[in-house]
Write a protein that binds this ligand. Structure first.
Ligand code: MG
Length: 385
C-alpha cells in the first residue's frame, strides 16, 4: 500500500480547523485534523510542501513517517507550534488509514481499550450572560448538568474588568479577585459538591496573583485551576503549587514528550492537558500520558476539534490508564459541529449524556459528512481539491 495524494479542507470551528485527507493506491483513504486557532494558511501550505516526502510511502508505518518528518525538519522548527500542528494532522490521517487497512477500530491498534465511554467536561466559557455574571455562570452550569455532564469548566479571567489598573501587566487587584470568587461561588452553589469543577485562567497572571486566586479557590474544591501563569516556567508553577491546596493543570501550549519532561520530573503540575491534534499527534499524546503515569498524574486532554479530531482523541483517552476527562467545547456551535460527521448508529451527535462512546467501525470510526464540510468550508481553501 502506497500513499498517492494528500489534500486539505479548512472548516469553521473554533477559528479554522484544517482537515487532512490521505489517499492510497489500495483505495483506502484516511482523514485527520490539525487545530490551530489561527494559522490555517500556514498549516495548509506546510502539508502541501510535506506531501512529496510522503507520496510512495506505506501509510501503515505511522511512527516511522512521523519521526522521519520531525527529524528532517527540526531545523525548520519541527519542535513546536505550527509545524507540529500540521504534523499532528498528518499523523491522525495516517492512523485512520492504518486502522482502516487493518479493518480494526483505532483503539485496537493502540492495544485495546480501558473503557468504553469517554467522560467529557463541558467548557462553559463565561456562562449564559450577562457575560461573566454570577447568575449567567450558574444558569450555564445548571443547563449543562441537566444535559448529563458531571464536570464543568469556566473561564474567570477578565482582561476587560472595569477595575483593572493596567491593561498589560499580569497583576490582579481585590475587585477583580472578588468578581472571580463570586462567579465560582455561584456555580458551586448551583451544582452542589459532587460536580467536578475546573477553572481556566488562560495563562494571564503573575505568580503572586496566581497564588491569591489559588488560595481563594480552595474553598470551592476545584478539580483543577488551569494555566494560572504561562506553562513554560516550571519553577514558577511549583511556587504556586506549593503555596496552595488547589490542584494545577497545564499542557495545552506544550509540545512533544520533551516539552512535558521537566513538568513531570519537577512535579510542577497536578493534572496534564495536552491537546492531541496539536502537541504532536495520537502516538505522542499516548507517550505523554504514559510519562504522566510514572508520576501518577492524571491525563485530561484540552480539545477544540471537530467531531473527527474529537473522536480520534477519544481513542487516545480510551487506551491509557490515567485518563480523567476530555474537554468538550462546542455548545455554542453545536449544529455546525455535529454536521461535520455521520454518527455511527445514526444518532444526532457523538456526544450523549456527557460522554462519547468509542466506536467499533474501522479507523477513527466516524465518517466525514462532506455536505457539512462543504457548507461550512472557509472560502479560499477548497475542499480536498
Ligand atoms: Mg485552557
Amino acid at each position: 500500500m502506497k500513499i498517492t495524494d494528500i489534500k486539505t479542507a479548512v472548516v469553521a470551528y473554533h477559528g479554522k480547523a484544517t482537515l487532512v485527507r490521505i489517499d492510497t493506491d489500495a483505495g483506502v483513504t484516511g482523514f485527520g485534523e490539525a487545530n490551530p486557532d489561527a494559522g490555517a494558511a500556514a498549516i495548509v501550505g506546510l502539508i502541501s510542501e510535506l506531501k512529496s516526502e510522503l507520496i510512495g510511502e506505506d501509510p501503515r508505518n505511522v511512527e516511522y513517517l512521523w519521526e522521519k518528518l520531525r527529524r528532517k525538519h527540526v531545523f525548520s522548527g519541527a519542535q513546536s507550534g505550527i509545524f507540529l500542528i500540521a504534523l499532528s494532522g498528518i499523523e491522525m490521517a495516517l492512523w485512520d488509514l492504518a486502522a482502516k487497512a487493518a479493518g480494526q477500530p483505532l483503539y485496537r491498534m493502540f492495544g485495546g481499550k480501558f473503557r468504553d465511554r469517554i467522560r467529557l467536561y463541558a467548557d462553559c466559557g463565561d456562562g449564559d450572560g450577562p457575560a461573566g455574571s454570577p447568575e449567567g455562570c450558574a444558569a450555564r452550569a445548571r443547563r449543562m448538568v441537566a444535559e448529563g455532564f458531571t464536570a464543568l469548566k469556566f473561564d474567570i479571567d477578565d482582561l476587560e474588568h472595569p477595575a483593572k489598573f493596567d491593561a498589560v501587566n499580569h497583576t490582579i487587584n481585590g475587585a477583580e479577585l472578588r468578581s472571580m470568587v463570586e462567579r465560582v461561588a455561584a456555580v458551586r452553589d448551583a451544582v452542589g459538591p459532587d460536580i467536578d469543577l475546573c477553572i481556566d485562567l488562560h495563562a494571564r497572571y503573575d505568580v503572586p496573583s496566581a497564588c491569591r486566586i489559588a488560595s481563594e479557590m480552595e474553598r470551592f474544591d476545584l478539580l483543577w485551576l488551569e494555566e494560572p501563569i504561562p506553562a513554560e516556567n516550571v519553577e514558577a508553577l511549583k511556587q504556586i503549587r506549593m503555596r496552595s491546596k488547589t490542584p494545577l493543570c497545564v499542557g495545552e501550549n506544550l509540545y512533544l514528550r520533551w516539552g512535558f519532561r521537566e513538568l513531570f520530573q519537577s512535579q510542577g503540575v497536578d493534572v496534564v492537558m495536552p491537546d492531541v491534534p496539536k502537541c504532536g499527534g495520537l502516538s505522542e499524546s499516548r507517550k505523554i500520558a504514559h510519562l504522566a503515569e510514572i508520576y501518577y498524574i492524571p491525563f485530561a486532554p484540552h480539545l477544540v476539534s471537530t467531531p473527527l479530531g474529537t473522536m480520534a482523541t477519544c481513542h487516545v483517552c480510551g487506551t491509557v490508564p490515567n485518563f480523567l476527562l476530555l474537554e468538550w467545547h462546542a455548545l455554542e456551535e453545536r449544529d455546525v459541529w455535529d454536521s461535520y460527521v455521520h454518527v455511527p448508529g445514526g444518532g444526532p451527535s457523538i456526544v450523549e449524556d456527557g460522554h462519547i462512546t468509542l466506536p467499533d467501525a474501522p479507523g477513527i470510526g466516524v465518517e466525514l459528512n462532506l455536505d457539512g464540510v462543504r457548507k461550512n468550508a472557509v472560502p479560499g481553501y477548497g475542499v480536498f481539491e
